[in-house]
Design a protein around this ligand. Structure first.
Ligand code: ADP
Ligand code: MG
Length: 616
């Protein structure tokens, strides 16, 4: 009998390999994202059509490829990432198997465009079912763009096996989020059909998490940090009271790679012992760094399962690190350093008339002194302020001149200008040296020059910080309306409104009824007049609509930004001297007086020397 064994042709072998590597459109996204990261991209854009079944396109600004490399990249076991078997034990890259592009090209219509920095012309290659159908020079930006069309076009069984667009999109979003969470410093975009699902700016870990899961997430995070010889852990766990009924936000990253580990998951759950309600799952975002030698990533083609050398030790370290963090949090919430402690400070507003704008002044604050300025935005300034705030409540420290001074300052709601900023002597301070220019700017004299403040921007900043505060600490006061307001909205607007109702109520709105296409409002913030309400809400809903529902914006932040912008005095509004003073004082009591919430400058200074120069 003749021999029966023969080698499979490459394209068949590739198709078989593809069966392991590419299960669905999301797998393609994962591989292409990883390649882009390995290529040191700073900015990665993903476009998909019909849940990736029709089109997947990943564009990066990474190092690109030469003509030869571009062609080779589609060969099986072709990789630039490892050379020898030893390299497997010190992996610094996501890829190393050299299989992804070959697999994808075996089961789809693929187009690659790539160019290295410095090369004048790029390379374009088209491959269909492992057959190169075109290769030509082309003009393209530095980096690589890979388009994958008609996935599984030649394997109908696989294609039919794909789930609905909703399900496949969910898988894509999952993969996208995992990669994006592991690399917060890279900018990512995900566009589905024509709608943007995610637009993630370069950020730190906490910001990236918040950008993906919404602004509310921020306050739920407890930082975890532990450094040992075999393992460094950083990241966050969710506070127990926010634990979910479903296993949603649970992420482990090992050396920047998302991994699944039931074993380590058990360690986290064990750390939460006694803190969770039945059937609740804690959320976590844990970043582990270990020596690449001590892990084996090679045990699964999709590389989401890895083997640790010393699992037991990892388990123990992990559990105790999280326990420790949770303990700190439970005993003393203030020890959560990333939390803004001023949020916990009660304010002395109860016995005050509501005025627009409200003002708090930090007498020690000098916006032109680098060091103090920095101090303000962090907790040290809180420590410094604590005694005076406490004195407001106890009233016992009046014999201390410093405290009584602060007290008087606050009680009079800062009619006085801060000493450091506006010159030394007391008599000078009380001269109210502001005036309005063009109904647009507030001019004030400084010790050594002139301050020009944009009134609208300044007021926006003040209101923005106040709103953030009231949304977070639920401290806003409402004015009850004698006759509830009835307002009409579209169903879509009502849907949006329901989504932000809670946050809005924290600013002082009271919604007595929300119907299919109209609402009834029985209370509004004290800082808003009844006639403004409709305009304000319309603007707010428009702002939310433009943010593409379901994406990453921070709800609270957007809400505060939008309301602040609408509520702030406009340019063209005449302001009396007291109102001008309120704005100046309020502004410099802000945490970030120099910029508007959308990062535009609020004021400029004109030093005397500059003015003198003009006279030369
Ligand atoms: P692996 O990532 O395991 O090396 P792939 O099949 O994913 O295998 O890619 C093959 C090779 O093609 C990579 O090793 C890399 O050299 C090159 N490559 C793939 N994608 C890119 C990209 N986006 N930018 C630059 N080079 C790339
Ligand atoms: Mg790869």
């Amino acid at each position: 009998m003749s021999d029966v064994i023969h080698l499979l042709p490459d394209h068949v072998a590739n198709q078989i390999a593809a069966g392991e590597v590419v299960q669905r459109p999301a797998s393609v996204i994962k591989e292409l994202l990883e390649n882009a990261i390995d290529a040191k991209a700073r900015n990665i854009q993903v476009f998909i059509k019909e849940a990736g079944k029709i089109l997947i396109k990943v564009v990066d600004d990474g190092v690109g490829m030469s003509i030869t490399d571009a062609r080779l990249s589609f060969e099986r076991h072709a990789t630039s990432k490892i050379k020898t078997a030893e390299d497997l034990f010190q992996l610094q890259t996501k890829g190393f198997r050299g299989e992804a592009l070959a697999s994808i090209a075996a089961i789809a219509h693929v187009e690659l465009k790539t160019k290295r920095e410095g090369d004048e012309i790029g390379t374009c290659i088209k491959i269909e079912g492992s057959q190169v159908v075109a290769q030509e020079p082309c003009t393209t930006a530095t980096g690589t763009s890979l388009t994958v069309k008609n996935l599984f076009y030649n394997i109908p069984a696989r294609r039919n096996f794909l789930k609905s667009d909703t399900v496949e999109t969910r898988h894509i979003v999952d993969e996208f989020q995992r990669v994006a969470l592991a690399h917060p410093n890279i900018t990512f975009t995900l566009v589905h059909n024509t709608g943007e699902l995610f637009q993630l700016p370069s950020a730190n870990y906490r910001q990236r998490i918040t950008n993906i899961f919404g602004g509310k997430t921020n306050e739920k995070l407890v930082p975890v940090n532990e450094e040992t010889e075999i393992l460094t852990i950083s990241g966050f766990v969710g506070k127990p009271q926010f634990a979910k009924r479903t296993r949603g936000e649970q992420f482990f990253f090992v050396n920047d790679r998302f991994i699944k580990s039931p074993y380590l998951n058990h360690a986290v759950t064990a750390a939460f012992e006694g803190l969770l309600k039945d059937n609740a799952f804690p959320s976590y975002f844990l970043y582990l760094k270990v020596d690449p030698k001590s892990i084996d990533i090679n045990i699964h083609p999709t590389k989401t399962e890895i083997k640790f050398d010393d699992e037991h030790a990892l388990y123990a370290i992990m559990r105790s690190a999280i326990k420790h963090s949770l303990g700190q949090f439970n005993v003393a919430p203030i020890l959560d350093f990333d939390r803004d402690p001023t949020m916990d400070t009660p304010y002395n507003y109860e016995n005050k008339q509501a005025t627009t704008p409200k003002v708090e002044v930090d007498r020690n604050f000098n916006p032109f002194k680098e060091e103090q300025n920095r101090g303000r935005s962090f907790s040290p300034s809180f420590r410094r302020e604590t005694p005076s705030w406490e004195s407001l409540y106890t009233g016992l420290n009046t014999e201390q001149p410093e405290n009584s001074e602060e007290l008087r300052q606050i009680e009079f709601e800062s009619e006085e200008v801060t000493g450091n900023l506006f010159g030394a002597s007391k008599s000078e301070e009380s001269q109210h040296s502001t005036f309005q220019l063009n109904k647009k700017f507030i001019i004030s004299t400084l010790k050594n020059g002139m301050l020009v403040i944009d009134q609208h921007r300044a007021h926006t900043r003040i209101l923005y910080e106040e709103l953030l505060k009231s949304i977070t600490v639920h401290a806003a006061v409402s004015q009850q309306l004698l006759f509830p307001l009835q307002l009409q909205f579209s169903q879509n607007e009502i849907r949006l409104l329901k989504g932000i109702k809670d946050a809005l109520e924290n600013t002082g709105f009271i919604f007595s009824e929300i119907r299919k296409d109209s609402i009834e409002i029985s209370g509004i913030p004290t800082t808003v007049s009844e006639s403004e309400v409709e305009m304000l809400l319309e603007q707010l809903l428009a702002d939310f609509e433009n943010e593409v529902p379901g994406n990453n914006f921070s709800q609270t932040d957007l809400l505060a930004k939008s309301l602040a912008k609408s509520m702030a005095v406009k340019s063209g509004n005449l302001l009396n001297p007291t109102e001008q003073q309120h704005i100046v004082n309020g502004l410099f009591a802000c945490k970030e007086p120099t910029l508007t919430p959308s990062n535009k400058p609020v004021f400029i200074t004109l030093p005397v020397e500059e003015i003198e120069k003009k006279f030369m």
